[in-house]
Design a protein around this ligand. Structure first.
Ligand code: ADP
Length: 447
C-alpha cells in the first residue's frame, strides 16, 4: 500500500539544500526520531542535495511514512535525467551509513535516491489519526534562512563534539577500570596458582609417604606371618612331646601314680592338647597369609562333601533341642579345592553348633547368578552388628560370648575368610543377637 506523502519539496538552487536539510530534520523530529537520528537524516539529505545541485540537477523530495510491517520513514529524491545512478552510488557510500538503507536507481522517469530509517516504537506516527496532524504541522513549517540553519548546525556540532568528549572520557575511565580489574585478576591468578602448586607439592609428599608406609606395612605383615609360621612350627615338636610323655606317665604299664598325680598329669595333657590345636591353627593361618597355600583345582562332588560333613559333625551336634540339617546340594558339582572348601564349611558349622542352644543349624548351597552360594545358618546367640567385621580379626572373640561346647582360639573365621579368598570368593555375615547368624560363602562358578 502506498502511503500518502508527509511532505514534498523541491531542490533547484544551492539555498534549497539548506531548506531540505531543515525540512528533513523537522520531519524526523515530528515522526519521533531522536535528536542524533534527526541530524543523521538531515545530513544525508543535504549531502544528496548538494551532489545533485552540484551536477546541475533539480530534484523532487518526497517524505513518506509507512506503518505496514516495520514502521519506516522513507525519503525519495528524484530528478528526471537517467543514467546518474552509478556515479551517485559511488559518491554516496559514506553517506549511506547515516540511514538504515540507501539505494540509487535508474527509473523510467529518471534517477531516484531512496533512503529509509526505521521508526522507534514510541513514534507519534504510530498513534492512529496522528499522521494527518503531523502532515498539517509540517505544511505550516516556515524554513529559516541559511544563517539560521548554520546556527543550528553549529549547535549540533558542538553537542556532538561534547558527546564525543564525554564518550572518550568514559572510555578512558572504563579502560582504567579494566586495567585495575586485570591487575586484580592476575594477582588472584598468581595467588591461586601458588596455592595450587603448594597443595600439589603436599599431595605428592603425602603419596610418597603413603607408598613408604604401605611398603613398611607389607614388610611388617610378612614378618608377622614368618614369625607365626616359625614359632608355631618350633612349638609343635615340644608340645607333641609333652602330650606323648603325659600319655606315657598315665599308661597302665608305667609306675602307678597317686590319684593326685594322675589328675595333674591329665591336666597337663589336656592343656598341651589345647596348645597343640592353637599352634596348628596358627600355622595354618600363617601359611595361608604367606600365600603358601595353592588350591588344588578339581570338579568337586558337593554331594560327597556334604555327606562327609554330615557324618563328621553329627557327633558334635549332640544337643537334643538343635536340629542339625545338611540339605541335599542344589548344585551337584563345583570347580574348586575340595579340602579347602570342606575346611571352610567345617569351621562355620563348628561355630554354629558351638553357639546354638535351641533351634537349628543348617547347611545349604544354591546357584546365584555367576556364583555358587553356601549358607550356614543357625538360630544361636547371634553377633552384634558393630562386630560383624571384627570377628574376622585374628584372636577376636565377641566379649561375653560363651561357646556352649568346645573351646576357641579366635582364629577360625580369619582362616576361613583367607581360604575363601584363595578360592576366588568372598564371605559375608548377617546376624541379629538373640535370633541367630547366617554366614554366606560365595564362590565363582568358574574360578
Ligand atoms: P573361635 O575359635 O572363637 O570360634 P572364630 O574366629 O571362629 O573363633 O570366631 C570368632 C568369634 O566370633 C567367636 O569367638 C564368636 O564370638 C563369634 N562367632 C563366630 N561364629 C558365630 C556364630 N555362628 N554365632 C555366634 N557367634 C559366633
Amino acid at each position: 500500500m502506498r502511503a500518502e506523502p508527509l511532505m514534498r519539496t523541491r531542490i533547484r538552487v544551492e539555498q534549497d539544500v539548506f531548506t531540505v536539510r531543515q525540512i528533513g530534520r523537522e520531519v524526523a523530529r515530528e515522526v519521533g526520531l531522536e535528536s542524533q537520528d534527526q541530524t543523521r537524516l538531515a545530513t544525508a539529505l543535504s549531502e544528496v542535495g548538494r551532489l545533485l545541485v552540484g551536477a546541475g540537477r533539480d530534484a523532487d523530495v518526497v517524505f513518506t511514512a509507512t506503518l505496514d510491517g516495520v514502521p519506516t520513514l522513507f525519503v525519495e529524491m528524484a530528478h528526471p535525467v537517467s543514467g546518474d545512478s552509478a556515479r551517485l552510488s559511488a559518491q554516496l557510500t559514506q553517506v549511506g551509513r547515516l540511514v538504515d538503507t540507501m539505494e540509487v536507481g535508474d527509473g523510467e522517469t529518471g534517477t531516484v535516491v531512496r533512503m529509509s530509517r526505521r521508526l522507534p516504537p514510541s513514534s507519534p506516527a504510530l498513534i492512529p489519526g496522528r499522521m494527518d496532524e503531523i502532515r498539517e504541522r509540517l505544511s505550516g513549517h516556515v524554513p529559516g534562512t541559511p544563517l539560521d540553519e548554520l546556527t543550528v548546525q553549529n549547535q549540533q556540532l558542538i553537542a556532538a563534539l561534547d558527546e564525543v568528549r564525554a564518550q572518550r572520557d568514559d572510555l578512558a575511565r572504563l579502560n582504567a577500570e579494566l586495567e585495575d580489574t586485570n591487575r586484580g585478576v592476575m594477582a588472584l591468578y598468581h595467588q591461586l596458582s601458588d596455592e595450587l602448586e603448594e597443595t600439589n607439592r603436599g599431595v605428592v609428599a603425602l603419596y610418597a609417604e603413603l607408598d613408604e608406609k604401605s611398603v613398611q606395612l607389607r614388610a611388617a605383615s610378612e614378618a608377622k606371618s614368618r614369625f607365626l609360621a616359625n614359632v608355631s612350627h618350633e612349638l609343635r615338636a615340644p608340645v607333641t612331646a609333652i602330650i606323648g610323655l603325659g600319655r606315657l606317665l598315665s599308661d597302665e604299664s608305667s609306675d602307678k601314680l597317686t590319684d593326685e598325680q594322675a589328675r595333674q598329669v591329665e591336666l597337663i595333657r589336656s592343656s598341651a592338647t589345647d596348645l597343640l590345636s592353637l599352634v596348628n591353627d596358627l600355622l595354618d593361618l600363617a601359611k595361608a597369609e604367606a600365600g603358601r597355600i595353592e588350591p588344588n583345582w578339581s570338579d568337586v562332588d558337593l554331594k560327597a562333601v556334604f555327606g562327609q560333613l554330615r557324618g563328621t559333625l553329627r557327633p558334635l551336634a549332640t544337643r537334643p533341642d538343635v536340629d542339625f540339617i545338611v540339605d541335599e546340594p542344589a548344585v551337584p558339582v563345583l570347580r574348586s579345592d575340595e579340602v579347602l572348601l570342606a575346611q571352610v564349611l567345617r569351621n562355620l558349622l563348628t561355630n554354629a553348633i558351638k553357639f546354638t542352644a535351641t533351634g537349628s543349624v543348617r547347611l545349604g548351597v544354591e546357584r546365584v547368578g555367576d556364583d555358587v552360594e553356601f549358607t550356614v545358618a543357625d538360630t544361636g546367640t547371634g553377633i552384634p552388628p558393630e562386630l560383624h567385621e571384627r570377628i574376622f580379626e585374628e584372636f577376636y572373640q565377641v566379649p561375653g560370648s560363651q561357646a556352649l561346647s568346645g573351646k576357641g582360639t579366635g582364629l577360625g573365621l580369619p582362616y576361613a575368610r583367607r581360604l575363601v579368598a584363595i578360592l576366588g570368593g568372598a564371605m559375608r555375615v548377617t546376624s541379629t543377637p538373640g535370633e541367630g547368624s547366617t554366614f554366606v560363602v560365595s564362590l565363582p562358578v568358574s574360578p
